[in-house]
Design a protein around this ligand. Structure first.
Ligand code: PBG
Length: 338
């Protein structure tokens, strides 16, 4: 890029920073509630509310208590919620069978939310880890290796159960090969032609998912094992472009890079290369870091939160999945800059 610009003293970049009015006039990116998808953790039952200790301000909620949260999101202008299940240990098995139950926790939550708030977007996570007793996102062979194609078959059933319940967006977060194509074909065959797929295309084997695994209760099952045989190596970025290309070819409507801030370079490359609707996931560990520092008085919470969210826009994201969605939307509504 070669933007001509007068050299000093004719050119003084600080002129445009001097006053709020010029800063606003030349601001290149803006945050709004439209940019957010709010991830929530759903509990079975009624009247249940549990704090997630490693994610201050985040609670697991049963559907009845989630409804007022959804109502607030709608009022704040947040376009969509992303649902994550907390499955009772008694329902977990090696195959994650419960994931495909059309009457399961997530399909029921989707129905409940869509019945009350039809205009609120509801996105579901397509992955087996909250449902397996080993905490992996797939079926295992005798050696413990995560099998690809049998896992995809199970994911297809899960996605169909979500779509049948009325999920607007299904979001496969498992990183099996070929799952976007398989899910898309199955949705079409079942007449779910409007169901959108947001593909977790470039999802890394990251240490920043720790608090999420506490929240859904897969951390204990996973133990010391990791997800490196299917999630991406944090060292790679060309590979992310190949993953995204596959998902687009297989029928993804939107693609995602995850985690967020540590992978802004990948986000920018994906946006520049494909010009697709591109999302970032500011994951649980990123949220926890900011919250912890703010709680210690080491960071100014609101300013750091908005700055981190704005960074996603600058890097090319069309939207962000963030646990800050509600807080940030409230702040923006109150007239905070960005
Ligand atoms: C499930 C899934 C994970 C996250 C979203 N979907 C965890 C994982 O892959 O282990 C992480 C989200 C977060 O950390 O906020 N496959």
């Amino acid at each position: 890029m070669s933007t001509p610009y007068a050299s000093f003293p004719a050119g003084r970049p600080r002129r445009l920073r001097r006053d709020d009015f010029t800063r606003r006039l030349v601001r290149e990116n803006r945050l709004s509630a439209d940019d957010f998808i709010y991830p929530v953790f759903v509990l079975q039952g009624q009247g249940r509310r549990e704090a997630v200790p490693s994610m201050p301000g985040v609670e697991r909620l049963s559907l009845d208590l989630l409804l007022p949260v959804a109502e607030e999101c709608l009022a704040l202008g947040i376009p969509a919620l992303a649902l994550f299940p907390v499955i009772d240990a008694s329902l977990k098995d090696a195959q994650g069978s419960e994931a495909a139950n059309p009457e399961g926790l997530i399909p029921a939550a989707v129905r409940g939310l869509k019945a009350r708030f039809p205009e609120l977007g509801v996105m579901t996570d397509v992955a087996l880890d909250p449902y397996t007793n080993h905490g992996q996102d797939g079926l295992l062979d005798e050696s413990g290796y995560i099998l690809n194609d049998p896992t995809v078959a199970q994911l297809v059933k899960q996605a169909l159960a979500h779509a049948a319940a009325g999920a607007d967006i299904v979001a496969p977060s498992d990183m099996m090969d070929g799952r976007i194509g398989a899910v898309r074909q199955a949705l079409e065959a079942a007449g779910h032609v409007h169901t959108r797929i947001m593909a977790y295309s470039a999802k890394y084997a990251s240490a920043f998912y720790g608090p999420f695994r506490d929240a859904v209760g897969s951390a204990a099952s996973l133990g010391k094992s990791n997800k490196k045989v299917y999630q991406m190596d944090p060292a790679n970025s060309n590979e992310a472009l190949r993953e995204v290309a596959l998902d687009i070819a297989e029928g993804a409507d939107m693609v995602m890079v995850k985690p967020g801030l540590p992978y802004l370079d990948v986000l920018r490359r994906v946006k520049d290369e494909f010009a697709m609707p591109t999302f970032a996931y500011q994951v649980s560990g990123e949220y926890a870091m900011l919250k912890a520092a703010a709680q210690n008085g080491w960071l100014a919470h609101d300013a750091a939160m908005l700055e981190s969210l704005l960074a996603f826009k600058r890097a090319g994201a069309d939207g962000v999945l963030t646990y800050f969605a509600r807080e940030a939307a409230r702040l923006l509504k109150s007239g905070a800059p960005y």
